[in-house]
Design a protein around this ligand. Structure first.
Ligand code: APR
Length: 325
């Protein structure tokens, strides 16, 4: 019997390359291999770092009973034939550094990484995590010339899972019974939508008063900052890694889940030529559908304010990169 007759479906396992072996990158890599979702390639600019993490995770393989492999590397050649490329490389803001400085540095890191990955994985889906998220996702799309359905940013799932957690904690209900939705840019101007949050189908507006909802919404807006303050060095990475995993799973298993994510808008919600968080369907084709939901005038105003701030930063980043808009 030939091998192809014996294992007709096992020619290739999915491969996910993760650029940036920091807290988010290594946590995501661990989740991907230990859940048997895909083989992983972890790349970082720091020599030895991704290799050390990959070796450590490989040594745990027998104990975790999984069948996937991980490679740590500083060479983009090893990312070849990825199905998904995750970009989570970048630097955090340091004392004395302005937001503009950070934007410029991360824009350069992210666009160079995306272009190098593109050489080896032209058909992959590109998932961007580096902040400022919506701007970085736009730059990856713009500088790679990939179709917009192949470039997506991770933020809405993270912001929504934070709101979900705060609602569940407040009401003492199962996290699994809470559905939540947060749109807009990943930042202070995000748009949490309590009207679309439910507990097993019951709108939270029937279970909580307005002040409580407003408090949870504000805590969601400050969700990242609250963790930075507690950790003192570094920022959140478990929930960001879980959020990215969720999106990758929907793509590789073709689940077509409806998730909020930063996608390229071409007129939806009255916005054009921008990446912003809205509900979309994610499957093996990438962003398969952008879903427009009804917003009140006030919600629409917040979304457009959020878009304006993202747009200003996109323009600034393009200028810094010497690219015409
Ligand atoms: N190429 C490859 N890797 C790079 C490069 C580069 N040019 N520049 C920096 N890196 C790597 C760093 O060496 C580091 O290992 O990116 C990694 C970033 O890791 P952390 O500092 O631990 O940051 P992390 O918490 O993982 O967050 C990464 O995701 O959620 C966002 O705001 C967060 O933008 C940040 C990103």
């Amino acid at each position: 019997m030939t091998q192809s007759q014996t294992f007709p479906l096992c020619n290739k396992f999915p491969k996910v390359s993760i650029i940036g072996a920091g807290n988010v990158g290594k946590t995501l890599a661990q989740k991907i291999i230990e859940s048997n979702l895909a083989d992983a390639c972890l790349l970082d600019i720091v020599e030895g770092l991704p290799q050390g993490i990959a070796l450590d995770l490989t040594q745990a393989t027998g104990l975790e009973f999984h069948h996937r492999s991980i490679v740590g590397t500083n060479d983009y050649k090893d990312t070849v034939n990825s199905d998904v490329v995750v970009i989570t490389a970048g630097i955090a803001r340091k004392p004395g550094m302005t937001r503009d400085d950070l934007l410029k540095i991360n824009a350069k890191i992210v666009t160079e990484a995306a272009q190098k990955c593109l050489i080896y994985s032209p058909n992959a889906l590109y998932l961007v995590i580096t902040n400022p998220l919506d701007v970085m996702t736009y730059l990856v799309w713009k500088t790679t010339n990939l179709p917009s359905y192949k470039v997506v940013g991770m933020a809405g799932v993270l912001d929504s899972t934070r709101l979900q957690a705060f609602i569940a904690m407040e009401l003492g209900v199962s996290f699994n019974d809470v559905q939540s939705m947060v749109l807009g840019g990943h930042g202070d101007l995000m748009l949490p939508l309590p009207r679309y949050c439910t507990i097993s189908g019951i709108p939270i507006t029937e279970l909580m008063d307005t002040e409580t909802i407003e408090r949870l919404v504000q805590r969601t807006r400050d969700g990242g900052a609250e963790i930075v303050k507690l950790l003192k060095t570094g920022s959140a990475y478990y929930a960001p890694a879980s959020s990215a995993f969720h999106m990758i799973e929907s793509v590789l298993l073709n689940q077509s889940r409806l998730l909020p994510a930063a996608v390229y808008l071409q007129g939806e919600y009255g916005l054009k030529d921008i990446y912003l968080g809205v509900p979309c369907r994610l499957g093996c084709g990438g962003v398969e559908q952008i879903v427009e939901i009804n917003l009140t005038d006030e919600e629409r105003k917040i979304l457009h304010n959020s878009a304006r701030s993202v747009r200003d930063n996109i323009d600034l980043a393009l200028e810094q990169l010497g690219m015409k808009h």
